[in-house]
Design a protein around this ligand. Structure first.
Ligand code: NAI
Ligand code: A1CAB
Length: 263
């Protein structure tokens, strides 16, 4: 199966590196990036074809992954339309660009899919949601994203919310990691040791959460020894309404996704 990956920026490179690490043969991947110097660097790093010409890159592709900024998606689809194979599947990774806009820009009969994945594709630990018109056979797209993490099928109406929690979600954890690392350093820890400790704490806690039958609130209780340190920390978080702040941040990201429908 041949893959075109258009727009290798931050997310595109995470997906590219994850797919190559998964064993997808580099000879099956055609990518584009701007400017030409970046395309040349990527070709060197990953040993794949990387150019700047999107129509050429899609000419033999079975699946076309579009990882350009939301505002660039429409013009790019119009440009590649005439070069697509008749049975190509075009997957937009962009936040907030509705399926209707994708199908409007593509030649009739070309399947359009939305995928919301995240930067953890680099570590092949992405959480990806796929949305497509009813009746679309998503098997090949699901198999592709399964190489770089866990994939679910979603209703399109949920995609802005999924973008907030799944796509932007890693940023919430990195915000926490940054704040905790800074607190440890401010308290006197050596910066490298603080980073190692906090990173491992997060990885370990997340693996345990995923393995556990108990949900996060039950796990909180297991850590919070009565009268102990965690109780003090949780009371402080509650006093600062951190739960409300996180809900508001999810709502802000979801709302921004809605605004991008018009971009
Ligand atoms: N960064 C992330 O973690 C996530 C990003 N996304 C989506 O992925 C897309 C890309 O986001 P980022 O990687 O953060 O942005 P970015 O700005 O790092 O990457 C976009 C890349 O597209 C290139 N580009 C723009 N127009 C192009 C064209 N016509 N042909 C070829 N390349 C072109 C740019 O040069 C840039 O390198 C966006 O639509 C965003 O909504 C979705 C989930 C997570
Ligand atoms: O910030 C953004 O708009 C993109 C979509 C989800 C993560 N990054």
């Amino acid at each position: 199966m041949d893959i075109a990956l258009l727009g290798v920026g931050h997310l595109g490179e995470a997906v590219l590196a994850g797919l190559i690490d998964s064993g997808l043969p580099p000879a099956q991947i055609w990518a584009t990036a701007l400017p030409a110097e970046r395309a040349a660097e990527l070709a060197d790093t990953y040993g794949i074809e990387v150019g700047t010409d999107n129509p050429s890159a899609v000419a033999e592709a079975d699946i076309v992954l579009v990882a350009v900024p939301p505002v660039a998606v429409g013009p790019l689809l119009s440009a590649i339309g005439p070069s697509l194979e008749p049975d190509a599947i075009v997957v937009s990774l962009a936040a907030g660009v509705p399926l209707a806009k994708l199908t409007d820009r593509l030649p009739k009969g070309i399947t359009a899919v939305r995928a919301m994945t995240n930067i953890a594709a680099r570590a092949r630990q992405a959480a990806t949601a796929l949305a497509a018109p009813e009746g679309t056979d998503l098997t090949e797209v699901e198999d592709l994203f399964d190489r770089i993490g866990v994939t679910v099928i979603a209703e399109e109406s949920m995609m802005d919310l999924i973008t907030a929690v799944g796509g932007s979600g890693p940023a919430f954890l990195y915000y926490l990691a940054d704040a905790m690392t800074n607190a440890a350093v401010d308290g006197g820890m050596e910066p490298v040791a603080a980073r190692v400790l906090v990173d491992q704490m997060l990885v370990g806690a997340c693996l345990h959460l995923q393995d556990s039958d108990a949900g996060p609130s039950a796990l909180l209780e297991q850590i919070a020894t009565p009268g102990g340190t965690t109780e003090a920390a949780l009371a402080s978080l509650d006093a600062s309404n951190v739960d409300d702040a996180i809900r508001a941040a999810v709502a802000a990201a979801t709302g921004r996704g809605g605004e991008l429908h018009e971009s």
